[in-house]
Design a protein around this ligand. Sequence first.
Ligand code: SAM
Length: 262
Amino acid sequence: MINQRNPLFPKRSLGQNFLINPNVVRRIIASCDLNKAETVLEIGPGKGALTRYLSQGAFKVIAIEKDDQLAMQLKQAFKNTNVEIIHADVLKYPFDKLPNNIKVVGNLPYNIATPIIEKTLNHRRKFHAFYMTVQLEYGQRIAAQPNSKRYGSLSCFVQYHADAKILFKIKNSAFHPAPKVQSCFLKLEFLKIPRHAAKEEDLLFKIIRACFGQRRKTVENALSTLMDKERAKALLLESGINPKLRAENICLEKYVQLSDKI
Ligand code: SAM
């Protein structure tokens, strides 16, 4: 592992908030349910706070780091071990090159958490679970259930493909530099097939975005950006949805039923 006192100045542009609390590191590793037969993809190993322990618990670790200096130091530190350091931007790296059935772990650069999650979900056949550190409020939005303020199109998109659960909260003092907000450790368990599969996924997410785009309006009004109000009302009733509800009151299963009717 790279010396944690390494004089490199953390780069905000790369979302560098390094884990410095060994108890939190232990808790993260214990929650990842590692086994000696599996390969782990680590996103943003940084100074290797998690990498060393991941390598002890897994068969192999593939770690993708964008920062030039850190990647060079990691390559040196993990030479001749079961850790392969890839110096690349995770958003550009072709995931098709990765082996199948792997687990993803990362204390994510918060500024690009959404594109990383989207990319991972788009390649979900490669992965079975994704354990990540994200901002608490963001993790709560991902794991939110209907009838809550945080439930939105992000919750629906992620939960269509995965079961989401916040495993524990993390205080900002666990990182250097300390971010302004609290964090959490979130687990996504990828579903082999969605629990409620839509006939046309693009249409499903278009409808969900339209409804949450105007979340204060009733869904019959929010949907009128896509169709006339009478048709929206009829389709909602046919799908067993009260047209006077708001987007946050409708569960994913009902959105699927609605999109299948259109
Ligand atoms: N895993 C380390 C830890 O827990 O201390 C570092 C976590 S830090 C929040 C995020 C890491 O992701 C940094 O090392 C940063 O350089 C790296 N990173 C940022 N953007 C990246 C990208 N597009 N591709 C790969 N790594 C990236």
